[in-house]
Ligand binder design. Structure first.
Ligand SMILES: NC(=O)c1ccc[n+]([C@@H]2O[C@H](COP(=O)([O-])OP(=O)(O)OC[C@H]3O[C@@H](n4cnc5c(N)ncnc54)[C@H](OP(=O)(O)O)[C@@H]3O)[C@@H](O)[C@H]2O)c1
Length: 329
């Protein structure tokens, strides 16, 4: 099979397309023929091996699992002898975070891991990113921030994968949403349901006249300290971007004061919880309350270009590698 392969940590130039043996599923694993794989900010961070403490898990000097990518959609091609959940031919989507390997024509993953059946009417492209922005937006808005009807929610970076999902989850819960994005994405976030839009290139978020119950910062260019004046008395600042200052703020605000900072790592939640979130996102798609957009599609041969673009931090919606496109290497 053909697969992306990271020869070390670093810029997109560490990535190559290589011919590798098709992996064999163990007793409780499935082999998936991958049709689409997400290209995500988290994946690009892993490619760089930064922050350095991440290498304790990823591999000290080079990636332990050199085939990148974790989110995927495709078809079951083989099952291990103890697998009862899936059969050959089933359409599935999921996140093979434990070993990665989704940016390849085939991957193996645990049958009881983060993998669910993908309904016929949901495309592989969309299936491949449900576990990126899809469940992350749901986790942060519904579970971590516990947004309620009528609350005012600000989403910074509302045009990205996590932000566009969070915006729609907040709307589905009956919140009033202020979306922060660049001029080029104003119409896009309005179409997703934003009640109000702040263009970060020409307007200052801090000058907003109303206070927010939740400030969801997917760009991480704010902090609890900075946004306190525009938060309600018991408002919360949530961000999916890990950093020492954020962790310090989570700890300190957890002990003192009513305004809190919160963080979570969605991909570290138990597999059965992530499967439930995937099913919730699928229900939102079915109810037409969730419009998933995959606006950037690359072939496996374009793995470096795809990574360069994601590194720029300006993607709109989601990006995938379409494994059904012709591959040259
Ligand atoms: N903790 C978790 O569970 C978890 C899970 C998934 C992802 N993450 C993290 O969440 C972060 C966001 O991921 P993502 O995939 O949503 O990123 P993304 O798709 O690259 O989105 C970033 C968006 O923000 C906009 N933007 C850039 N600069 C901005 C600014 N100064 N103000 C407002 N908007 C700005 C960009 O659009 P423009 O073109 O308009 O600039 C882009 O649409 C990443 O750091 C990722 O690693 C965390």
């Amino acid at each position: 099979m053909l697969a992306a392969y990271a020869v070390g940590y670093g810029s997109p130039d560490v990535l190559e397309v290589r011919e590798l043996p098709i992996p064999t599923p163990s007793e409780k694993e499935v082999l998936v023929k991958v049709n689409a794989a997400g290209v995500t900010r988290a994946g690009c961070m892993m490619r760089t091996g930064r922050p350095l403490f991440g290498r304790l898990m990823l591999g000290l000097f080079r990636p332990k699992h050199p085939v990148p990518g974790s989110t995927f959609a495709g078809e079951i091609a083989a099952v291990g002898p103890q697998v009862t959940e899936f059969k050959v031919g089933d359409r599935v989507a999921g996140n093979a975070a434990e070993k990665g390997g989704s940016q390849a024509q085939f991957l193996v993953t645990s049958a009881d891991g983060v993998i669910v059946p993908l309904p016929e009417h949901i495309s592989d492209s969309i299936g491949a990113v449900i576990c990126d922005g899809g469940i992350t937006g749901l986790n942060f808005i519904k579970v971590i921030a516990q947004v309620e009807v009528g609350q005012r929610v600000l989403i910074n970076g509302a045009s990205g994968s996590v932000g566009s999902s969070a915006l729609q989850v907040a709307k589905s819960l009956g919140a009033h949403v202020t979306a922060v994005c660049g001029s080029n994405n104003v119409e896009y976030v309005k179409n997703l349901g934003a009640d109000e839009v702040i263009d970060y290139r020409t307007q200052n978020v801090m000058n907003h006249s109303r206070k927010f119950d939740v400030f969801f910062d997917t760009v991480a260019n704010y902090s609890l300290k900075r946004v306190r004046p525009i938060l309600t008395e018991s408002g919360i600042y949530v961000s999916p971007v890990i950093s020492w200052p954020l962790l310090g703020s989570v700890l300190f605000s957890g002990m003192f004061g009513k305004q809190k900072a919160k963080f979570a790592a969605t991909g570290l939640a138990e597999a059965k919880i992530q499967r439930k979130w995937m099913k919730d996102v699928i229900s939102l798609i079915n109810s037409k309350k969730f419009q998933f957009e995959v606006n950037h599609v690359y072939s496996l041969s374009q793995i470096r270009e795809a990574n360069q673009f994601i590194d720029s931090g300006h993607k709109r919606g989601n990006a995938i590698i379409d494994l059904t496109l012709p591959i040259t290497h």
